[in-house]
Design a protein around this ligand. Structure first.
Ligand code: ADP
Length: 484
């Protein structure tokens, strides 16, 4: 039995700004089936505190980075949660990272250092009932955890830094070193120093016993200057300790056979039952009811990473071919405006709903023909996995986890009966347009398209395989750690 303390700033469905929250929630039940017991340490944001019932105070900090705090144990949302209740840091409305004005909270360094310091306390035995063998830190918000454990020295659990997105690094002024609980020697090239600042993510990547990221291709890409976001040198040094394990989706949440958010439920054998979803979706978005039109969709943060500017650029081409497009997303205001403007120019053919709407995301995935994911980089990506499960063919940039999870329906794949979508490169508007044309051509051949949909729906997008890989990694690490 391996015990893992998972440290994260998001957990679905309580707090989620992206795929991180999904993964943090989905992995523990899958790991439990592999004999790994996980407790998940998260900040006590209002949404988390509201979900606590029968919670017990497990540990009290008289002062945690200058504020009163306690750790609360609770079972909620199917997980064993450990909640860091520190109202001065986390009892704030809105986004976990930014205030109502969209600007990062000015004390983010201290807020997330507190999360890591709490993790260190648990690692050192603050809870007699749960002393972890491994501490897994997710993204920059937990990145100080491996660093603090490294500098406090043995005995300590083994540490794993899991990178969900290298683009968010948590950089703060070097003057905060002492306030973060780091010793002076930590401010070094092989420590937390990063171009004259402190980087939480670099701290974790440089000092954890192992580093994982969320797909094999992303694990390779981030060691190159092109995709390394300034950390490729550190990652190259740690190549032997770096593993890519793809994410999965929760097959109970995302199941077209039982999905209550669809107008009509369906299976790979009853794909005709998908049609009413398309009609319902078009009505919802105010698109022309043109049943023969190829319907494309986007469900995404509207950011440059996600290539949303390329989607906006491809709109005239899409409309020119007679296809239609729905976009569900929120994000960068300039990109939101571009998408709204594109929709305004093509009423009935292109429509956008600028919103974060989980319910509607289900109907989009169950109603469109193809999902566009033209990301410039994509650590794993979840929307293409959802699309596969819903018989929606993903049209994806050949990067990161998109390259690993979608099989391009090229001649050989079609002959071998293995294609599940379309990949394109380079990540440009014209390559995206060509990929859309390839998908539309395939869709005109109903028999082939149905076969592709069936292959897509048969793809293994669950957590069983990744959980086995994480469990093996944790076991190896614990065995190795015990010997050192
Ligand atoms: P990232 O974490 O980079 O945003 P992922 O593809 O890994 O991208 O995960 C995104 C998750 O957020 C998916 O579960 C997706 O369905 C969901 N999502 C993104 N935008 C929206 C939206 N506007 N409404 C509902 N769900 C969304």
């Amino acid at each position: 039995m391996t015990r893992v303390l998972s440290v994260a700033s998001e957990v679905y469905p309580l707090v989620k700004t992206g795929g991180l929250g999904d993964v943090v929630a989905a992995l523990p039940p899958a790991l439990a089936r592999e004999g790994v017991i996980v407790r998940t340490l998260v900040p006590g944001y209002p949404a988390v505190m509201d979900a606590l019932h029968d919670a017990e105070t497990a540990h009290t900090f008289a002062s945690l980075h200058g504020v009163p705090a306690r750790l609360v144990c609770c079972e909620a949302v199917g997980l064993n949660l450990l909640v860091l209740d520190a109202p001065k840091l986390f009892a704030r409305a809105g986004n976990p990272y930014a205030g109502p004005d969209g600007k990062p909270w000015p004390d983010n360094a201290i807020r997330f250092a507190a999360l890591s310091t709490a993790a260190v306390a648990v690692a050192h035995g603050a809870l007699a009932s749960f002393v972890p063998d491994v501490v897994q830190a997710h993204d920059w918000q937990a990145g100080l955890t491996p660093a603090l454990l490294h500098y406090t020295g043995a005995p300590r659990p083994a540490t794993v830094m899991t990178v969900h997105n290298l683009a968010f690094q948590g950089q703060f002024p070097k003057e905060l070193l002492g306030a973060l609980g780091l010793p002076a020697r930590a401010y070094a090239v092989d420590g937390v120093e990063y171009y004259g600042t402190i980087s939480f993510l670099k701290a974790g990547v440089a000092l954890a016993d192992r580093v994982t990221t969320v797909s094999p291709t992303y694990a390779a890409e981030i060691r190159t200057p092109e995709h390394g976001m300034g950390l490729d040198g550190v990652l190259r040094k740690r190549t032997n300790l770096l593993t890519g394990i793809r994410n999965g989706i929760d097959p109970a949440v995302w199941n077209p056979a039982t999905d209550a958010h669809l107008a009509s439920r369906y299976t790979a054998r009853r794909l005709a039952a998908r049609t009413p979803n398309k009609a319902a979706l078009k009505a919802r978005f105010g698109l022309d009811d043109d049943p023969g039109a190829f319907l494309l969709g986007v469900v995404s943060r509207l950011t440059e990473q996600k290539g949303i500017d390329l989607v906006a650029g491809a709109v005239p081409h899409i409309v020119g071919t007679g296809a239609q497009l729905v976009v569900l997303g929120t994000g960068d205001p300039a990109l939101e405006d571009d998408i709204i403007a594109a929709a305004g120019l093509h009423p009935g053919r292109v429509a956008a709903i600028i919103s974060y709407d989980e319910t509607l995301a289900h109907l989009v995935q169950g109603g469109i023909d193809a999902l566009l994911v033209p990301s410039r980089f994509e650590p794993c990506g979840l929307t293409q996995l959802i699309a596969l499960r819903y018989g929606t063919l993903p049209v994806v940039a050949r990067v990161g986890g998109l390259a690993d999870t979608v099989i391009d329906a090229n001649e050989m794949a079609l002959a071998a009966g293995t294609g599940t979508g379309i990949q394109f490169a380079p990540v440009t508007a014209s390559a995206l347009e060509i990929a859309i044309d390839r998908a539309a051509t395939l869709a005109r051949d109903t028999k082939t398209w149905r076969r592709l949909q069936a292959h897509a729906m048969a793809t293994d997008v669950g957590w069983e395989r990744p959980a086995k890989q994480y469990a093996a990694l944790f076991r190896d690490l614990v065995a190795q750690h015990a010997r050192t």
